[in-house]
Design a protein around this ligand. Structure first.
Ligand code: IDP
Length: 140
């Protein structure tokens, strides 16, 4: 299987709960390496740009406000079949459908405040990684 990189975000709700370390432990246990990391507080423009594909959705304004409500941790993960395996570790968007042991089942507050983000395809991963990191900040 191919070694892939994916973008992971620990969202403001999870950073406020001080569970960055717990989430990273789960990532390591899933055999995904953290190869780039930074803590940032998004501006409105950055949050809108990151979620541009959702700009016509009814939840867009609240999503943007949530994503800029506090610092987030953005990280690049790397591992075999990394995009899909990190999505599995996160669980689905709707936490009521998430299996126990997934990050969202264990840590999400709601459909919006769902603790983590992960790229949904290789193409998204490439775009999202470049949104936050330059090559020299990524350590393979
Ligand atoms: P994903 O994060 O599981 O890939 P997306 O559909 O890309 O899900 O949605 C992006 C983010 O927007 C979600 O993680 C969640 O924070 C928020 N979101 C998605 N759908 C809803 C909704 O129906 N109500 C409120 N927030 C939502």
């Amino acid at each position: 299987m191919a070694i892939e990189q994916t973008l992971s975000i620990i969202k403001p709700d999870a950073v406020k709960k001080q569970i960055i370390g717990e989430i990273q432990t789960r990532i390591h246990q899933a055999k995904l390496d953290i190869i780039a990391i930074k803590m940032v507080k998004l501006t409105k423009e950055q949050a809108e740009g990151f979620y541009a594909e959702h700009q016509d959705k009814p939840f867009f304004a609240n999503l943007v406000n949530f994503m800029m409500s506090g610092p987030i941790v953005v990280q690049v993960l790397q591992g075999e079949n990394g995009v899909e395996r990190y999505r599995q570790l996160m669980g689905p968007t709707d936490l009521s459908k998430a299996a126990a042991g997934t990050l969202r089942a264990d840590f999400a507050n709601s459909m919006r405040e769902n603790a983590v983000h992960g790229s949904d395809s290789l193409a998204s991963a490439e775009r999202e990684i470049a949104y936050f990191f330059v090559d020299s900040e990524i350590f393979q």
